[in-house]
Ligand binder design. Structure first.
Ligand SMILES: [Zn+2]
Length: 80
């Protein structure tokens, strides 16, 4: 599924997950796994800024702070 298709198929969900979690759901399984793996690495090994740059370079627009909040459990997902 292309990003355009994924966005078109996106339905409005109750806000229980953040932008990052939604992105993880929409990415190809391979990409989602790679992103999750990167997020699970220690910040010293894989800085959030690096992950953010990679996402931007692939056309995924989200704030670095949003990414960091999800990574460290400070987003709405963390309260589930
Ligand atoms: Zn989250």
């Amino acid at each position: 599924m292309s990003l355009a298709q994924a966005l078109a198929a996106q339905v409005v969900k109750p806000v229980r997950v953040c932008t990052v979690a939604l992105l993880l759901e929409q990415l190809e399984p391979e990409d989602a796994a790679a992103l999750q793996k990167a997020l699970d690495l220690p910040q010293s090994e894989k800085p959030t800024a690096e992950i953010h740059s990679a996402l931007l370079s692939e056309g995924y627009r989200l704030a670095a702070s949003t990414l960091g909040n999800h990574r460290f459990g400070r987003c709405c997902c963390g309260t589930r």
